[in-house]
Design a protein around this ligand. Structure first.
Ligand code: SF4
Length: 230
């Protein structure tokens, strides 16, 4: 059974343009310095009846929501994710997925079942460890993004690529390189998310965050990327 750490019955922000419920899957192997869902990191810390209760709520909300987003944590960690997606689809909901691409094989397994992905890119693939505290973590993320882009092309999968920005974790040149990489990969739009200091375990980061400067923003635009700041 899917291990659920939280459930939001109605969100207008987790899947842009859609009214969606959000299922927060428990567990993530990475330890991103800016993670604001640290309670969702440990596997085994979920709510005992989380999934049956979420499913019961969704049954009552049929026709009132556009879709359901599986978020986390890292939802592809959970071997019960495909079954949970099927259950949600059978209720008539569209399905969205938030992922950092940690498990490319599992992601590829569920891509045919979903309608939209919010893909979290941490940094240039070579720089991932500086954010995730996990060696070589950029490799699975790169494979996963490739699989997602294939699904966008062949399956019509919806995609939003986003990156959380903190000036101590991304210098200007790294961010510019990432923007150029995304343009080269054919990603038309990139959401730069502002760091959210609430619930972050690293006090120094919480005290020192800033949005991208106007000069950096212009240089990012000059790469040809369509940017949004959230
Ligand atoms: S991948 Fe997401 S859930 Fe996992 S530690 Fe990083 S920010 Fe937190």
């Amino acid at each position: 059974m899917l291990e659920v750490g939280g459930f939001t019955p109605l969100s207008t922000t987790d899947w842009p343009g859609q009214l969606a419920a959000v299922v927060f899957v428990q567990g993530c192997p990475w330890r991103c310095h800016y993670c604001h869902n640290v309670d969702l990191q440990p596997r085994g810390g979920g709510q005992p009846e989380g999934w049956p209760l979420a499913l019961a709520t969704l049954q009552r909300r049929q026709g009132l929501l556009d879709g359901v987003v599986f978020s986390g944590g890292e939802p592809t960690l959970d071997p019960a994710l495909p079954e949970a997606i099927e259950a949600v689809r059978s209720l008539g909901f569209k399905v969205g997925l938030h992922t950092a691409g940690i498990y490319p094989d599992r992601l590829e397994q569920v891509l045919p079942l979903i309608d939209w992905v919010g893909f979290d890119i941490k940094a240039n693939f070579a720089d991932y460890e500086g954010i995730t505290a996990m060696p070589r973590s950029g490799l699975p993320a790169q494979r996963s993004l490739h699989a997602v882009l294939q699904a966008v092309q062949h399956q019509g999968l919806g995609l939003e690529v986003r990156t959380t920005y903190h000036p101590q974790l991304h210098d200007d040149e790294q961010l510019l390189t990432l923007a150029s990489t995304l343009v080269r990969l054919g990603i038309p739009r990139w959401v730069v998310q502002q760091f959210r200091p609430a619930h972050v375990s690293h006090a120094a980061l919480a005290a020192s965050w800033l949005p991208p400067s106007a000069a950096l923003w212009q240089r990012l635009r000059d790469t040809g990327m369509d940017l949004a700041l959230r």
